[in-house]
Design a protein around this ligand. Structure first.
Ligand code: 5AD
Ligand code: SF4
Length: 360
């Protein structure tokens, strides 16, 4: 039962009923999810977050899994209105890391005992199938790391070749399930194609991650509820949920940032409804509020993605402001992280960190 239920308050009873239903594994309706997203009182928020934390503990345990990111190219042929890497942003210096530097970073990830590397880039057209396959197989052969790719929408043949070369997981956020927002903010990138890519990736046996930005212009709680139901329906293994952060060199320069508290609610509800998924406390959330990133670990999140991109490149991977302001080297970041995780009563996951197949 949710703690602190007051019989005299019918509104809170309804919230508590919804939270209890979800905790017991019953499906939530869109209307239920909207009710939870609209929560603002401290007691109700605490009830939601503590129920999500309980489900997290039962479904995925106390381990926090680490994934080391290498942002290896900031070229992008797309023009998403929210993103600093968009094609029309001529204010950033573009780079492509040489293969030897990518390999050095991958070895460093291995050295710090992180089991997964995430190779992330913009949609860089010059990264052809063969060069990516060679990179994937070299990393696999030399380090044995689990390889997650995050290089955007590609052809089925590319995805198949990457998988055969040794890629294990793929991140492709659906960003928003609202057709209206997609159309406005992702010009020339039909949502149907992104969906098709997600299902190809599943068919090819990748562990698949999807996810959203919270607080995009035009977005409302009904759309966020649809996003949560979408993530549940597509049975994604990983869910990246972070705030939209305004970038001054984009057409959305005058729009407000997403609300960190709303991000925490979405993470908590996503945990309640998807149970065993891997959910990172995202870097974007940490850029808005360090506290919120830690708080995310106490309301559903179970993954952290330390950035192993060498500093000279990292500061140019300017998707949103604040992302690379933290000049702490990754070794120090990891030492601090260990301390914070211990303080939370949690432990660093040692194994591969694949999605748990069923609740323990
Ligand atoms: N704020 C937050 N996240 C952003 N992304 C792109 N632009 C922004 C922004 N302004 C995220 C998207 C994309 C990933 C590469 O970065 O979710 O999937
Ligand atoms: Fe390119 Fe991704 Fe940024 Fe869109 S969100 S511009 S596809 S890097």
């Amino acid at each position: 039962m949710v703690k602190g239920t007051s019989i005299s308050d019918p509104g809170r009873m309804r919230i508590n009923d919804i939270i209890n239903s979800a905790s017991q594994g019953k499906d939530l309706t869109k209307e239920d999810i909207v009710q939870l997203l609209l929560i603002s009182g401290r007691n109700d928020l605490d009830a939601l977050f503590s129920a999500a934390d309980d489900v997290r503990k039962i479904a995925v345990g106390d381990e926090i899994y680490l994934r080391g990111i290498i942002e290896f190219s900031n070229f992008c042929s797309r023009n998403c209105l929210y993103c600093g890497l968009r094609r029309d942003n001529h204010a950033i210096t573009r780079y492509r890391m040489p293969e030897k530097d990518i390999l050095l970073s991958a070895h460093y990830i291995r050295k710090l005992k992180v089991s997964t590397v995430v190779l992330q880039s913009g949609e860089d057209e010059s990264l052809n199938r063969d060069s990516l396959c060679r990179l994937i197989s070299r990393i696999k052969d030399e380090t044995g790391l689990i390889i997650t790719l995050s290089v955007g929408e590609r052809s089925f043949e590319d995805y198949r070749a990457f998988r055969e070369a040794g890629a294990d997981r793929y991140l492709l956020k659906h960003e928003t399930s609202s057709a209206a927002i997609q159309k406005r903010l992702r010009p020339g990138a039909p949502f149907e194609n992104r969906l098709k890519c997600l299902y190809w990736l599943k068919d090819l046996g990748y562990e698949v991650g999807t996810g959203i930005m919270v607080g995009l212009p035009l977005q409302n709680v009904g759309m966020l509820a649809d996003d949560i139901l979408f993530m549940q329906k597509m049975d994604a293994d990983m869910l990246g949920i972070g705030p939209f952060i305004t970038h001054s060199q984009t057409p959305l320069a005058n729009c407000p940032n997403g609300d960190p508290d709303m991000v925490l609610k979405v993470i908590a509800i996503a945990r309640l409804v998807t149970k065993t998924t891997n959910i990172p406390a995202t870097t974007a959330l940490g850029s808005l509020s360090r506290d919120a990133r830690l708080k995310a670990l106490s309301c559903g999140a179970n993954v952290i993605m330390p950035d192993f991109t060498p500093l000279q490149y990292k500061r140019l991977y300017d998707i949103y402001p604040g992302k690379s302001d933290d000049n702490t080297d990754v070794e120090t970041f990891m030492i601090n992280l260990h301390a914070q995780i211990t303080k939370l009563g949690r432990i660093i996951g040692q194994g591969s960190g694949y999605r748990k197949q069923e609740i323990k």
